[in-house]
Design a binder for this molecule. Sequence first.
Ligand SMILES: Nc1ncnc2c1ncn2[C@@H]1O[C@H](COP(=O)(O)OP(=O)(O)OP(=O)(O)O)[C@@H](O)[C@H]1O
Ligand SMILES: [Zn+2]
Length: 641
Amino acid sequence: MAKDNNPNPSKFKISPWLIYTAILLVFLFISFATGGSNLSEPAQLTSSKFNVLLEKGQIEKVIVYNKAEAEVYLNAAALKDPANKKVANDIFERPNKGPHYTLEIGNDQIFQTKLEKAVGEGKLKDFNFLQKNNWSDILISLLPIIIIIGVWIFIMRKMSGGAGGSGGQIFNIGKSKAKLFDEKTDIKTTFKDVAGLEGAKEEIQEIVEFLKNPEKYTNLGGKIPKGALLVGPPGTGKTLLAKAVAGEAQVPFFSLSGSDFVEMFVGVGASRVRDLFKQAKEKSPAIIFIDEIDAVGRARGKSNMSGGNDERENTLNQLLTEMDGFGTNSNVIVLAATNRADVLDKALMRAGRFDRQIFVDLPDIRERAEIFKVHLAPIKKVEGLDLDFLAKQTPGFSGADIANVCNEAALIAARYNKTAVDRQDFLDAVDRIIGGLEKKNKIITPDEKRAIAIHEAGHATVSWMLEHAAPLIKVTIVPRGQSLGAAWYLPEERQIVRTDQMLDEMCATMGGRAAEKVTFDRISTGALSDLEKVTRQARAMVTIYGLNEKIGNVTYYDSTGQSEYNFSKPYSEETAKVIDKEISDLIEGQYERAIKILEENKDKLNQLADILIEKEVIFKDDLETIFGKRTFDKNLEEVVS
Ligand SMILES: Nc1ncnc2c1ncn2[C@@H]1O[C@H](COP(=O)(O)OP(=O)(O)OP(=O)(O)O)[C@@H](O)[C@H]1O
Ligand SMILES: [Zn+2]
């Protein structure tokens, strides 16, 4: 997310430059004051020369400082006496000002008697003993303290993460670092700026309604939600969406990152959380947006071997307390973003906290075209630029990547002094961004795309053909998380699973790999999670549910969980061999079956893969146009009704 200027003027701040300048001045002053022989300083007089001047009656007055040093002022007669020119040229250059000489005196008592005698003889007009503070001495004795304070300020600034430039964090280290965006001046974002993400927008629309019109819900006794979690890969527009909610509802927006809470000092995180909620409540209705909430929200107490996470846990606990604490009518809604919902502490997800999860996925081809449209709007481009074409060139790109492409294209065009950004500039920009993404392993080559499409189409085709496989609702080749594609099934709520149902499901799971074999006659590593799933299923059939003839009606399942502590298996060596063989036979059997089904439907498999490559996501309707209606589903409906 963008780190804008901080529009919160209430904080007391000392510019770091002020501190640095002050320290510098002190050093300059010290070196100046202790620097000794400066040209404009009066010359030092020896005691004998002083006696000569005094004897001649050429001294106007003498001021003795600290009983140690005297300033000597000459009178007009002395300045006219050419003999003095030998003593120093200096006194002729500033005849009226003085002091003309300085003098180190020995014993102050003797010196005083000498001066009194001269005054008595009319040879000296006046003298005076004074006490003077020697600033340079004081400063030198304070120097170590000044240096220590300076170093301390420097360290504090570093530790409170003052990279953002604003100083003075020592004074508000326990204050929240949230940036406040005012709804009237700073937030221009609305849902119009968020392209695609239809589902997410629809879900979050409700929160906008709550913020705009809370009474409508509370009057009916309903509770306003306190938080929602935006889950999705980086750069997919989570921050943008949260900001758009604030823009739509016209409420202030507090934005910060989870890591902003974390500090090395005990108690700072918790105190920042408190401060944040206090500020938000003062401005309510308001939205708090916490990016990367996993920095504080990781599950507590799991890997607590080091015990070093106490501070983070305190922070998390404070966050939970605050979310529980504010009443239903405080109208502060917390939106948090993460790309790892799985690592979050389950307590965060409990009712009344982040009980809503909104998925913000990578855009498919149609959504990418829409995102291009948003980001091309402010760019001077040639007529008739084909958005769909650009969308096609950018598989696997996030919204942020696309924003990057548009910006990069404008820069490239500017380099060639063009008046409008053209298609080639965009292609060059895409190439450049891909270069960056390739390093992050995020990019999919056309070959890979085809392989993924065939794989997913394989799952879809096999499950469509099998009576007991769960009905398919959506297939996509937009990568999400670790997997490169996904087929979504509507899981039936079965309490008892029969052997034929399990076998059909295993067959559908093997459909991906089987399709690769049938189409390319080679298999890939892309089916790891399929293999894992099918192996787990087969093992369960054989060793847990007693569904295998060779093993028979035995289960090696231990519901007490005791066996986890046993190192030995609950069956003999021979049985283990049989089990392994049976599992492998089961899986191979279903693999062969999937291959057979796909051989028979090869044209449809390819047709489906082509549509997938084209659209990246297909739904049940598309499958029906290829395969025709699934007859089993009718049976299913009959059974249900
Ligand atoms: N759906 C979208 N529509 C328009 N622009 C988008 C979209 N998604 C991302 N962008 C662009 O990408 C930029 C970065 O997105 P944003 O910061 O919201 O992503 P994020 O999901 O919060 O990422 P992260 O997890 O890295 O914080 C946005 O400012 C916007 O320009
Ligand atoms: Zn698969």
